[in-house]
Write a protein that binds this ligand. Sequence first.
Ligand code: ADP
Length: 770
Amino acid sequence: MKRWVARAIGAPGATSFARFERIVTGAEARRPWAAALDDASVSAEAREAVSAMAGVVASPRLLAVLRTAASRAVGQEPFDEQLLAVCALLSGHAVEMDTGEGKTLTGALAAAAFALAGRRVHVLSVNDYLAERDAEWMRPLFELLDISVAWIGQRTDTDARRRAYRADVVYAPVSEVGYDVLRDRFVTAVSDRVEPGLDVALVDEADAVMIDEAMSPLVLAGASPEPPEEFTLADAIVRDLDADAHYAIDADRVTVSLTDAGLDQLEQRLGGINLYDTAHTATLTKVNLALHAHVLVHRDVDYLVVDDAITLINSARGRLAHQQRWPDGLHAAVEAKEGLPISSPGLVLDTLTVHDLLRSYATLTGMSGTVVAVADELIEFFELRSGRVERRRPNRRVDRVPRVFVDDRERKAAVVAEVVERHRTGQPVLVGTQSVRESERYAAVLAAAGVDAQVLNARNDASEAAVIARAGTFGAVTISTQMSGRGTDIRLGGPDEADHHRVAATGGLAVLQVGRYPSARLDAQLRGRSGRQGDPGVTQTYVSTDDELVRAHAPRHHLEKIRRRGSRLDQTTLRFIVDHAQRAAESARRTRHRDTWDFSRAIARQRSTVLAARAEVLAGDRAGVELSGRIPNELDALASASSPEAVHRLLREVTLWTLDEQWCDHLARLTEVRDGIHLQALAGVNPRDEFHRIALREFHGFFTAAYDRAAEIVRAVSIDQVGEGIAALGLRRPSATWTYMTSDNPLGSPIDRAARTAGTWVRSRLYRIE
Ligand code: ADP
């Protein structure tokens, strides 16, 4: 517990919530009064308590009523710690509460208070399963308070979404809200919007969403007339190559490249051409992508094949990444490898990062087991202050000092021995690994040692939740990847805690972590599964200096030290090296976030200018004004021969079309520039300045061009075409749109690699230019 306190106070940017304690004490004093209210008065009192305040600030009266409402409606009487967290959320803070402390109820209470004050609240979850589960679980609470509640998932249709967004409180995955925002930007009639209304956001798993996934772009795409990429030849060529002779995989397994012999073989196979001739860049790119698809991307580890399509697995988190695609060429190459029809990535109509989406909310707050560690980043990126609410019961979990090995085999043997030993006494064990692949390896060696382990294999959120819920039963051995975003509680003795006593007597849940995650927060999320609500528990980490984290992030002189002295290094030195590597990984991620945000901010600013103009065209008469300045005579002629409404509709539709089309073009150009900009960094130009300069230049004259183009189209319209709609003019809007998220680039981050070896990087970049 001391350690936590120290971290909360010591962390830069973290706030103390001590000032709210008085309000919670006041609520306690009003408990008898609130308990005596009948159901109808509970709702009325709650409303009055809120309207008596300026803004949404917690008061003893409000908290007392909320507490009564929760105990009546969901059978759980909120603890003081939960009420303290409600105060912090209402005053606009992100709140850290350990696993098992009851964030779901806390979030619902805060959402209810915001809703009572007339605000519209989105409780943002990480997946459909949690959105539905939490909304249904908390529904009776909202109903008692006369607050409407709804949830949205991937399969919710447009009308249901529109209805859901009218509710006071909506539970939804953050990506679904983002897709709705994107789709609303392309409607041609006001009534087609679903209108998510970004007022208050309460983000569950706040650090995972706001920090780790903040820069993943959500993409809206439309059917493109271009035929999909042809990969058959590249795929066939790669099948004939031999490992070692024809290609080499680098040590950290993020790149594979053709050897000279491989290149020779390829050139011969293609009829003696010179592949490095610019005329063959496209072919070389495809061969490299096919090679990557065959050598570095593995079925059932990186992706599944479901219904003749590729479904990505987020390998670090061990979860299915629904509706995600890899960058275009790679996706097609993997489809070719599996003999699937090549899907079209579509024309990218617009993109939105989770970061930009969240910043659009008027009020942003969130919760997670680990926010204080990123307190200063939350301030920097979201102007959001954060703090910690202490556990209700003291922590009895014992965190053992990590053990560091210099060899993975020895480490594995130590982990297996420990699992076997603990399993013999019936103690439940949770083994946390770095990837799905590693999970399977551990399951295999444990099986060989006679231990039957359950592996969380990412196939289904609901069944996975059921496995996690059983991870605390007597004798259970569960193997998982990162636990962040898996909102299920591990109770000792099973979900109903029937066997709690017997399991607690074995020492509670033992968490054995294999390797360290790229951030200390993720480590804490895993450890936090043990010792919930004052239960006993133990955690132990087993690191190897072979681990990806160490190899990729330890400075050269540390790696050299390991190479020379290896197992003769003492544990303190080894732990220092590992800690250092983890901090380097965290700081690299932060820099990447800052850089990417900088790029996306420039695009987002231009996008909002365009959207403001678009809104005036859609709902006002901006099109009429702009076009009558350009082609007054033609418009008069059209208007005199048909109805003014028909002409107005025509102008609106044409102008929306030119604005949208021009935005897609502009976005494509900026994306291209951004992807290539780091090449310029090698030439000594500051990439950010350069990007901003180009973005401004490209945007210059955007509106004039769009309106000129609209005027030109309308000028050619004949009178009998006026009422026929824009399709008759040969203007097509995408007939179907779909959404996806671009996954982390599995080709490795080119920027990171550039820092290490500029040479290889330039080559790998060239391979990707199509
Ligand atoms: P977290 O998301 O913080 O890990 P959950 O919201 O899943 O925690 O809650 C953990 C468990 O504690 C749940 O099973 C929930 O039913 C229970 N719980 C939460 N608040 C209370 C309460 N005030 N009284 C009794 N049980 C509670």
